[in-house]
Design a protein around this ligand. Structure first.
Ligand code: FNR
Length: 383
């Protein structure tokens, strides 16, 4: 039995247990993957300042996100096809988040539907919306999210057009997987995954089934996405969605101080500084490098959250010390889910929580609210 001590362990187990097509889907970035790689490597360029001889007996890593108390200021980011990493994966991730005391975000492109997740959880989750060309579909899904009790809408702005991921095209990514000989052979080596999938009827996109002819068995995810997603998404359309929804609104995929200023003026309750985990604009700067300029532009005007590249509690601490109010994690919990189902998501959260607490203590801080630039050594050329 493997002893899991860090997110990297969960990633290795995920690779062993889940069919190649779905592991690759999670683990790749667009084009040359430069941004995907730098999201992670840029965190290691920031160093921490150790402080000693401080009473560390009473520490606090709890916080608030949109006014809601959280065990640590971390939320699960929306991830498409989560239910193909593990059967009923969205339900498992949502339950793990609920028990741990952090928010869960359900993707538009999930396997379990909004209603499936609502039926299996008791605290409100957030719904992430991709804006489609068909306004009736958008209005309908907003209504479904409201009826299911979702407490915030996460509007993703950085995927009007899909960045290409070479591996997905080469693997012929689809949900459910097409039964080609290589796929069957690969799945046969993942008995745990196959058994799980046999036990559920949910093998295709629960939120968008029936939206367009042929959906429900998407042969080619990327070409379908490019046909359905609205390339005309602009601030007027965002305003239409804000008015339609009427509740808390999070704008995700902001990577520029001017856009952040616009989002804050627009009244976003939070923005997520994000490059979609390096899956969209290859060549964009990592989120952590962009963060300081966005903090200077909008700190205090809207909540500033960050994702892309967070793999440890040390990373979370660095982001908070640079001025983020909270973080979102994508792959860190997906590795856990693929490795061990719900227990793996819980494990990922435990690992991050413990690392955050210990790192904070070794930096001489007792409360994450007190973290700041004084805890960091940032290279001059970082920005
Ligand atoms: C994503 N992301 C994403 N974002 C979103 O708004 N809707 C979605 O459906 C998806 N789908 C998706 C699938 C996979 C496999 C990944 C890895 C990511 C982006 C996600 O919300 C988040 O921005 C990134 O995952 C953050 O980067 P890290 O933590 O994975 O490095």
């Amino acid at each position: 039995m493997t002893v899991i001590t860090c997110i990297e362990d969960l990633k290795r187990l995920h690779a062993r247990r889940v069919p190649r097509m779905f592991y690759d889907y999670a683990e790749s970035g667009s084009y040359t993957e430069q941004t995907f790689r730098e999201n992670v490597s840029d965190f290691s360029k920031i160093r921490l300042r150790q402080k000693v001889a401080v009473d560390m007996s009473d520490r606090r890593v709890t916080g608030r996100m949109l006014g809601r108390a959280v065990t640590m200021p971390v939320a699960l980011a929306p991830v498409g096809l989560t239910g193909m990493q593990s059967a009923d994966g969205e339900i498992k991730a949502a339950r793990a988040a609920e028990k741990f005391g952090v928010p869960f975000t359900l993707s538009t492109m999930s396997i379990c539907s909004i209603e499936d997740v609502a039926a299996q959880t008791s605290s409100p989750f957030w719904f992430q919306l991709y804006v489609m060309r068909d306004e009736a579909f958008v209005d309908n899904i907003i209504e479904r999210a409201r009826k299911a009790g979702c407490s915030a809408l996460v509007l993703t702005l950085d995927l009007q057009i899909l960045g290409q991921r070479h591996k997905d095209l080469k693997n012929g990514l689809s949900a459910p997987p097409r039964l080609t000989i290589p796929n069957i052979l690969n799945m046969a080596t993942k008995p745990r995954w196959c058994l799980g999938m046999l036990g559920t009827k949910r093998h295709t996109f629960g939120n968008i089934v029936g939206h367009a002819k042929g959906v429900g068995n998407l042969a080619s995810l990327s070409s379908w996405t490019n046909e359905q997603f609205d390339p005309k998404l602009d601030w007027d359309k965002i305003a239409r969605i804000r008015d339609r929804w009427g509740g808390k609104l999070i704008l995700k995929g902001v990577l520029d101080a001017e856009d952040a200023t616009r989002a804050a003026e627009f009244g976003a309750d939070a923005i997520v500084v994000s490059n979609h985990g390096g899956r969209q604009l290859d060549g964009a700067l990592s989120s952590i490098r962009i963060l300081p300029s966005i903090v200077r532009a909008v700190k205090g005007k809207t909540e500033i959250w960050i994702d892309s590249g967070i793999r440890s509690g040390q990373d979370i601490l660095k982001a908070l010390a640079l001025g983020a109010d909270a973080a979102m994690i994508g792959r860190s919990y997906i590795y856990g889910l693929g490795a061990m189902g719900e227990a793996g998501v819980t494990k990922a959260l435990e690992v991050l929580h413990k690392e955050l607490d210990v790192t904070m203590a070794l930096c001489g801080e007792r409360d994450i609210a007190a973290l700041g630039a004084h805890n960091l050594l940032v290279p001059q050329d970082f920005e």
